[in-house]
Write a protein that binds this ligand. Sequence first.
Ligand code: NAP
Length: 268
Amino acid sequence: MEFITLSNGLKIPQIGFGVWKVDNETEAPAAVEEALRVGYRHIDTAAVYKNEEGVAKGITASGVPREDIFLTSKIWNDDIRAGRTKEAFQESLNRLQTDYLDLCLLHWPVEGIVEAWRALIELYEEGKIKAIGVSNFKEHHLDKLQDAGLMTPMVNQIELHPQLPQQEFVDYLSKKGIQIEAWSPLMQGKFMEIDLFHKLAEKYGKSPSQIVLRWHLQLGRIALPKSVTPSRIQENLDVFDFELSSEDMSAITAIATNVRIGTDPDKI
Ligand code: NAP
């Protein structure tokens, strides 16, 4: 595993295990246990995924100590709007059966983000969260936090993949010292439809998903692939033993269509 260092010095594993759409009862316990068994040490959940209990079960079953796991959850939009960030945070802790989070994010930039961000800062300063950040924030949303004189988020988790590389925004975040977490790093499975990934897979003796994930890693960002399939869970972590050439990195970036797969943060 390789690590990225956040602006407060905290180290975060560069590959995290995403669990959106992973069922709380039937999938999350086994998928999380398997992910930890094969070596993931970073899990990305959210209150709205409604699988925090299942994630906790998987962690317990794995036997991996809590302190060896980088655990992220997110404050959902209704809680941000209702001004109940601290309550929502505590509810996530209860479901996750833990007394701290490694990273807590505001899930989307809805009405109430400045107050919600103040609440997360307080929780961070009380030591209940090791790092705090946002998700799906564009520049004008980050400006609101800055205009209120508040701490710069350590992380922005955004939709990012070869179809949507967001280069200008990536450069902006990097100047601000905000680390990027790429959500839907595998384009929700659509990478399999693109010939280039199959060609490069053959060239490097790796799989198409490993080529896509390697592209993310070489660009220095954190990627959160999701899978409930044991062979894929393992495959997506086996990405640290090869290097894409700069020509192949550019060829991947050139497939950009700049079309989102998920929701535009301005339309939430
Ligand atoms: P993703 O990781 O880009 O793709 C997941 C899809 O790809 C699943 O259908 C999975 O199938 C398939 N897949 C995974 N590995 C594969 C492989 N090696 N070969 C072939 N197919 C493979 O999609 P995502 O879940 O949208 O994004 C990942 C994570 O980002 C989420 O789980 C969540 O943690 C986070 N996220 C955050 C936000 C946000 O608003 N902050 C939004 C979306 C996602 P199987 O599961 O059937 O194997």
